[in-house]
Design a protein around this ligand. Structure first.
Ligand code: ADP
Length: 580
């Protein structure tokens, strides 16, 4: 080596060194002003292209779980200007060259990727690749990666510069990452807090609405019931007040029904019970239930039933009834003038039979943007202040939708503000060709026909009022009734009667009672006797039915009882047909 050569090499070294120092100086000065993670990453990529003369540069950062590298910035032919990465590349730790660098924490330079099996082609094959780890506090937090189409493109200086840039940026990236994750956590926390607040506000609103809604019919019930006793009442008034008491009680029963249904829905206990029934009778009974309300508001209540509707279908009649009552009640509630129209259609196709019920009204209508909200629990979409006389809890349609879902059906709504709304329910169900069990039949006759004549019944119930009511209904149907205020007294009377010559024919018992519960009473009776036992409970859930049957009861009836059909329910105890 000549003296000149040594000189020239030294001179080259000095130029190289100066360039090296300049690049790092510029990089350090400029990045000092950056705090945003994207700015920092983008600046690294730009430096690699502008100062190092690379063709492309990608910054990968480790995800929070620490198992995947995610592309955070890229500068190169694919992304020359725009900073945002639309579809960030993700590389699992250990995979490809970038993944290996993240795993080992040591840089890799590939001079000819054709010789390296780990090379992953992204958009196009390139021979050279340089990947250096970004290490902070001895932890790999990301990888800088660059590729070039020429073989052996990256020099030792390139490697040194790239590695130094990674080292200079590491702490800033780590801090920015931590900040970003903190901000995300804060946002998530805030969102969770808002959701919790909204849920609790909805619940308080619901409780307030519920107590208001309960108070209104209760005031009417108590008030009119007290008036009934006064001396100067004529028959017409008495009949009118009785009707009001019944109407308000029915409204309360419906509300409580919805709340219980909601509880079942929330605890995932909705179960579908399919039975054969006569849909024609079912429709007219359901319409009868809401007809007085329509009449009171001067609305026309119409129905159209398709000829194709078979005499017997198989579906969950009780859930269907709740759905239809909710839809009809709403249509009546939210309509001031005009009509409410129910139509029923039945279609058979290869995919099965389907019942479609449409409830249309000429009422207030619903704004387009609120249409889907109406099915949310506790949600009322009209201005509650403006329409303060319309009572509601915002649960009816939630029950409708949950029941429709449970039955494999669907409910849809269309509406025009000021014109009216149309709710359409489509439910898969089967046309049945066998005869229906006589479900309704004798309700009104029950009282007159003395269907329980000659039966000796023991009624155990801790509420004297309910005891008196049940006693009256059963005696009206011809039975002889004895009562007990709890299970203990009930068991005593049962045993005494069994030893005498006149045992009871059946026991009707409340389940929640002091001293001895209905469950205990039923179990004790079963040790001596197989007589029918009818369980009465306020809990209208499937679980409770199972519990009653497990305790030895023959059948199950929820409260409040229907005074019209209760005697029939009791006669079924003797026929072995225990459907409640
Ligand atoms: P609510 O107890 O308030 O009636 P729902 O869940 O049954 O609760 O209905 C939710 C909301 O949807 C109602 O508060 C009302 O704003 C709106 N809505 C329901 N049915 C109708 C209808 N037929 N016409 C207009 N608005 C309706």
């Amino acid at each position: 080596m000549t003296v000149e050569q040594i000189h020239r090499d030294a001179e080259n070294d000095t130029i190289e060194r100066r360039r090296y120092l300049e690049v790092l100086h510029r990089f350090t000065m400029s990045q000092a002003e950056l705090t945003d993670l994207d700015d920092i990453c983008w600046y690294i990529a730009k430096t690699a292209i502008g100062d190092l003369g690379f063709e492309d540069c990608v910054v990968y950062l480790l995800n929070e779980g620490g198992d995947t590298l995610i592309q955070r910035a890229a500068h190169g032919p694919k992304n020359p200007e725009r900073r945002e990465i639309l579809d960030p590349i993700e590389i699992p730790i250990g995979e490809g060259i970038v993944g290996s660098v993240a795993k080992t924490g040591r840089y890799e330079v590939i001079h000819d990727a054709r010789d390296d099996q780990r090379y992953i082609t992204d958009d196009q094959f390139r021979c050279s690749e340089l990947a250096v780890p970004i290490v902070c506090n001895k932890r790999v937090i990301g990888v800088l990666d660059s590729e070039h189409e020429a073989v052996g493109f990256y020099s030792d200086e390139d490697i040194q510069l790239f590695t130094t840039i990674a080292a200079l940026a590491a702490t800033r990236i780590d801090t920015a990452l931590a900040l970003e994750r903190l901000e995300l956590q804060a946002v998530a926390l805030q969102e969770a807090r808002e959701a919790a607040n909204a849920a609790s506000a909805a619940k308080s609103q619901f409780l307030a609405a519920m107590s208001h809604d309960m108070r209104t019919p209760l005031t009417a019930i108590i008030g009119f019931a007290e008036l009934l006793d006064s001396a100067d009442v004529d028959d017409r008034q008495r009949a009118d007040w009785s009707r009001r008491i019944v109407k308000n009680s029915e409204y309360m029963k419906e509300m409580v029904g919805n709340v219980l249904d909601m509880a079942a829905i929330e605890s995932g206990q909705v179960q579908v019970k399919v039975t054969p029934f006569n849909p024609h009778e079912w429709l007219s009974d359901t319409l009868d239930l809401v007809a007085p309300r329509a009449r009171d508001k001067g609305l026309v209540l119409r129905s159209t039933v398709d000829d194709q509707l078979p005499p017997v279908i198989e579906a969950d009649a009780s859930k269907l009834r709740e759905i239809l009552i909710n839809l009809l009640s709403n249509a009546i509630k939210y309509t001031e003038a005009g009509e409410v129209h129910l139509s029923a259609r039945f279609e058979s196709s290869d995919s099965g039979d389907r019942l479609t019920l449409v409830v249309e009204d000429t009422g207030l209508g619903i704004e387009a943007e609120s249409l889907q909200q109406v099915f949310e629990p506790f949600t009322r979409v009209h201005d509650v202040e403006q329409f303060s006389t319309i009572e509601g809890t915002g649960l009816g349609l939630t029950v409708v939708k949950s029941f429709a879902d449970a039955m494999g059906g669907k409910v849809d709504v269309e509406s025009t503000v000021g014109k009216g709304s149309r709710f359409t329910l489509r439910i898969p169900c089967r046309a049945a060709h066998d005869r229906v069990a006589d479900e309704s039949g004798g309700s009104a006759i029950a009282s007159e026909n003395s269907v329980l004549r000659g039966r000796r019944l023991l009624v155990c119930e801790d509420s004297e009022t309910v005891q008196a009511l049940i006693g009256f209904v059963l005696e009206r149907a011809g039975a002889t009734v004895e009562t007990a205020l709890n299970g203990g007294e009930g068991l005593h009377k049962f045993l005494a009667a069994k030893q005498s010559s006149r045992p009871f024919d059946a026991v009707i018992t409340d389940m929640q009672m002091p001293v001895m519960t209905g469950y205990e009473l039923a179990a004790s009776i079963r040790q001596h006797d197989q007589m029918p036992i009818l369980a009465l409970t306020a809990y209208a859930q499937e679980e409770d039915e199972k519990r009653c049957l497990a305790a030895g009861c023959t059948a199950y009836q929820t409260k409040p009882i229907d005074t019209e059909t209760f005697a029939i329910t009791v006669t079924r105890l003797f026929s072995g047909d225990t459907a409640s």
